[in-house]
Write a protein that binds this ligand. Structure first.
Ligand code: GDP
Ligand code: MG
Length: 805
């Protein structure tokens, strides 16, 4: 190809009726992907159906069908026109050699295809990286030029271009000034950014200094936001090797969504592989090689992005050239240059600005830092996470500088990590139940008092029974757990917001991988000990669908706070010597069943395990406000569950036990001959192999509404005459009643069954909502019932050997 000046033609400039062939599509990744899906591929012929000067969109015909493109979109498409093809027919030797008897239209077609092909093989590659990472050396060795190579910042003042031939391609290499970031702080940064977004290289080579990888990757995270085609040249690889450090470049590439090529630009090692990869990235969308990832900035910032992004995306003009996520992040950072751009191009700039200032205030209040530095922290958390998984320093004992490093050294230490973690968990559960006991008693007393008061105001009759025994007692039995829930989530919020939970997830990550899960599944699982509903909602942070579905499936086996009182009651009654061991055993059984289930269910779900980074944010003292809000949010979810599902079910179960009415009969007689008693007797044959009697079955049935209801219905059924409606005052009475009528083996089986069977209606609904399918919810619930039956059966049989009847 001759070195002649070619004016690049773009699709938007073609007039109505003109024909052209596509050379390439510019713009950010998701835009390009959309156009490729529409058929805008190199070599395809396109005709302008209608392009009037003021008309937007423009109408085109491509591969036989009509499409409209906005003018901005058509600006991103480079083409070869018939006019250019005609010129080439005269000037290009290849085309002059065409047989003379060829028809004119055919000649032109051949010329169009030829020029398009040639231009397509002409690619622009930009080198982007920190100062002194070896860009100019790489530029020189690749292009054969001899730029001055210096070991100090700022040698390259503006872009240098060099051309070289590689395989079938003519590569124009651009050496851009070194920058640490792509904020608009320095002229260099602004220059590089403008170059990337406006001159638009086909591929960006991100040169990274392997001996200083953490700081270098910050720039990389910004390139990821921009959604460009990036290949990483992991330069100075010789130094990394020399130090004895180990880096899993393939895994790092997966995590970052871009290929990583080790290079030594001093010697030229890896340079040819680097440009091979550049061409592969340019030519196809190989998802194994490159995928677009979103850097997770943490729940709060992501919420902010979600709030602002739609306002920016509302402006079609920007959408072809820029990733709106990138614009949003930059705008949230307060980037002056992006502010100017949005001001110029956005009609709704006021809405955008308002949304941002809301978010700035919210984040400032929650995190105690500015939005800008919160975003920087989040990017470093991402880098830390990616490196923790892939990078191994030769000398682990090199001096730890920051506080975060020092805390990390302790809590992720291979010997101390698990003991510390288990100790913390133990403390949290201890605090939850011991401290929680006081408010629990107060609420209990308040509910009882309120029930009595209401009872004394209302005239006797079914309405009074409904209000007192159905609504107040039902909801009250759930309300008592609110303090436990709040305390538990208070501690979980502290663990999350301080940055410890991310480490905990990291520590268990390897173990979790063994059962097809991810470290990120761990937090929802711990939350499941409080209440399954918010736990299932928390699985949203898991990117992999497979991991997420499995996590949702096994959370019901994490014994929630609602099940605890049943275990306390039974353990106290039947294993009075060591109730704590029984309790611990039950919790452990839940965990074991969860692990087994994960292994089984994992077999049935399609693999989609794209790797993702587990962010490691710096430690910080969480703000009271953030803790308060996060704790309250979880509490609110619990309260909502109570106000809706549990209320309805309390009433339904009360009604099923209340009707048909047997006036004057005892509570127990009434229960036995009520609807629920009938159902209990119907299911009795299925459960009698587990040693359960019909009263216990009724308890399980009520537990479908909420596990909390099991005790109150057992209380009613086992209560002595006269105290039928108040199970609270006679917990010990209930315990002795149970002991008198249930063999120990059956009690053990009952605990196992309660642990494992159908979680509760609210969890069922949460599963449906989060998986988006009733089928999943139904299937999972059937599964839990099956598992419960099998394990309870085993427990009963074994129990009979130990405690024969
Ligand atoms: P730039 O600022 O990114 O353009 O970096 P330069 O190309 O000017 O290189 C900075 C210094 O790093 C020079 O002294 C180079 O010789 C040296 N250098 C470049 N690449 C490598 C490499 O792969 N290995 C080693 N050991 N040194 C390199
Ligand atoms: Mg340089």
């Amino acid at each position: 190809m001759q070195a002649k000046f070619v004016r690049i033609m773009i699709l938007a400039d073609l007039a109505t009726g003109e024909k052209a062939v596509i050379v390439r599509v510019h713009g950010h990744g998701s835009f390009r992907k959309r156009l490729i899906e529409m058929g805008f591929i190199q070599g395809k012929e396109i005709r302008v159906v209608l392009n009037a000067p003021l008309k937007d969109p423009i109408e085109y015909e491509i591969i036989g069908y009509k499409v409209s493109l906005r003018r901005e979109e058509a600006r991103q498409i480079e083409v070869v026109t018939e006019e250019e093809a005609r010129e080439a027919l005269v000037s290009d030797e290849h085309l002059q050699a065409l047989p003379a008897d060829l028809e004119e239209t055919e000649r032109l077609e051949k010329a169009l295809a030829h020029v398009a092909e040639e231009r397509h093989h002409n690619i622009r590659v930009a080198l982007v990286g920190n100062p002194n990472c070896g860009k100019t050396s790489l530029f020189n060795i690749a292009s054969g030029a001899h730029e001055h190579v210096g070991n100090y910042s700022g040698v390259t003042v503006d872009a240098k271009e060099g051309k070289f031939h590689f395989k079938d391609y003519d590569i124009t290499l651009v050496d851009l000034p070194g920058t640490y970031s792509l904020s608009a702080y320095s002229p260099e940064e602004l220059y590089v950014r403008k170059n990337l977004l406006e001159t638009m290289p086909d591929v960006v080579v991100n040169v990274v200094d392997a001996s200083n990888i953490e700081r270098n990757l910050y720039l990389t995270t910004q390139l990821i936001d921009m959604n460009l085609r990036v290949v990483m040249a992991l330069n100075m690889y010789d130094e990394l090797r020399h130090k004895g450090d180990k880096l899993d470049t393939v895994q790092l590439g997966y995590l970052l969504g871009m290929p990583v090529c080790p290079t030594v630009s001093r010697s030229g090692e890896g340079i040819s592989e680097l440009f091979d990869t550049v061409i592969r990235i340019y030519e196809h969308q190989d998802p194994k090689l490159a995928r677009h990832i979103h850097i997770n900035h943490g729940a709060e910032i992501e919420l902010g992005i979600k709030h602002v992004q739609p306002y920016i995306a509302h402006n079609e003009k920007l959408k072809a050239q820029y990733s709106t996520r990138y614009l949003t992040i930059k705008y949230l950072e307060g980037d002056k240059d992006i502010e100017k751009l949005l001001k110029k191009d956005c009609s709704n700039i006021q809405d955008i600005a308002d949304a941002r200032s809301d978010e700035q205030q919210r984040i400032q209040a929650l995190m105690g830092t500015s939005l800008e530095s919160a975003i920087v922290d989040a990017k470093y958390a991402f880098i830390q996470g990616a490196l923790a998984e892939t990078y191994q320093r030769y000398q682990e004992e090199r001096p730890r500088r920051t506080l975060t490093d020092r805390i990390d050294a302790l809590v992720t230490n291979q010997w101390a990590a698990f003991p510390i973690f288990i100790l913390l968990l133990w403390f949290i559960f201890w605090a939850t139940f011991t401290i929680g006991q006081y408010p629990m008693d107060w609420i209990d007393a308040a509910v009882a008092w309120f029930g009595e008061k209401v009872a004394s105001w209302m005239p006797d009759g079914w309405a009074k029974d409904l209000v007192v025994d159905g609504i107040i007692a039902g909801v009250g039995s759930v309300l008592v757990f609110l303090p436990n829930i709040l305390i538990l989530y208070f501690f979980i919020s502290i663990m999350e917001d301080s940055g410890y939970m991310a480490r905990a997830a990291f520590i268990v990550d390897k173990l979790m991988h063994k059962i097809g899960l991810h470290g990120k599944s761990f937090i929802p699982m711990v939350m499941g000990f409080g209440c399954n509903v918010p736990a299932i909602m928390a699985t949203r942070s898991i990117e992999s669908r497979k991991s997420r579905l499995i996590t949702i499936a096994i959370i019901p086996f994490m014994s929630c706070a609602g099940r605890l009182p049943i275990f306390v009651l039974f353990a106290g009654a039947f294993f009075p010597e060591n109730p704590a061991t029984a309790l611990l055993g039950i919790y452990l059984l839940g965990i074991v069943v969860a692990i087994l289930s994960a292994l089984i269910i994992g077999k049935f779900i399609k693999e989609d395990d794209l790797p993702f980074v587990m962010e490691l944010p710096p430690y910080r003292v969480p703000t009271a406000r953030a803790i308060g809000r996060h704790t309250w949010e979880k509490g609110k979810q619990y309260l909502e569950k109570m106000a809706t599902t549990i209320l309805v079910f309390s009433i339904a179960i009360w009604a099923l036990g209340y009707f048909p009415r047997h006036e004057g009969a005892t509570g127990a007689y009434q229960q036995e001959h009520s609807y629920i008693g009938m159902v209990g007797k119907t299911v009795e044959p299925a459960l009698e192999h587990l040693g359960f009697n019909w009263k216990m079955d009724v308890g399980l049935l009520t537990g479908i509404g909420a596990k909390e209801l099991v005790i109150s219905s057992l209380g009613v059924m086992y209560a002595q005459e006269g105290s039928a409606s108040s199970a609270d005052e006679g917990d010990t009475a209930l315990q002795s009643a149970l002991k008198a009528s249930i063999p120990t083996a059956a009690a053990l089986a009952y605990m196992v069954f309660v642990l494992l069977y159908f979680p509760c209606i609210a969890t069922f609904v949460a599963i449906k909502n989060e998986t988006g399918s009733w089928w999943w919810a139904i299937l999972l619930c059937l599964y839990t019932i099956l598992v419960a039956w099998i394990f309870a059966f085993a427990a009963y049989r074994i129990g009979l050997l130990v405690w024969p009847v």
